[in-house]
Design a protein. Structure first.
Length: 112
């Protein structure tokens, strides 16, 4: 499958991996939008939150937990944001589900 994040999972293309276990991988975003900006993704290819099945619930919970654990390790005690973009209007550009963790600056709300 021609999926850039599957290729990161398979180590076919380089990335700055922060964390990895049997189900998920976390790596630095190539174009950071904040001083801290990394992504947590499942190793299993799921296109977006639109395609989630009930059986994926625990996996997504694990992703949020790992993202938060890394945020703590990176010293984001002043706050951070976990973002999932879904679909074209949601601003999704890579069709492999991923959760952004952004922090290290004041983040605006609402997003654009
Ligand atoms: P989204 O717009 O929510 O689909 O986010 C996709 C994110 O993936 C963007 O923040 C990109 O900078 C990031 N990205 C795309 N390709 C790579 C890559 N090869 N390594 C790391 N991050 C990437
Ligand atoms: Zn994929």
């Amino acid at each position: 499958m021609d999926c850039v994040f599957c290729k990161i999972v398979e180590k076919e293309i380089p990335s700055e991996i922060i964390y990895e276990d049997e189900r998920v991988i976390a790596f630095e975003d190539l174009n950071p939008e904040a001083p801290t900006h990394f992504l947590v993704i499942p190793k299993k290819h799921i296109s977006s939150t639109w395609e989630l099945e009930k059986e994926d619930s625990e996996l997504i919970g694990h992703i949020i937990y790992i993202g938060s654990k890394i945020a703590r390790e990176k010293g984001l005690e002043e706050g951070y944001r976990i973002v999932n973009n879904c679909g074209e209007q949601g601003g999704q550009t890579v069709d492999h589900i991923h959760f952004h963790i952004l922090g290290g600056r004041n983040l605006q709300w609402p997003p654009g």
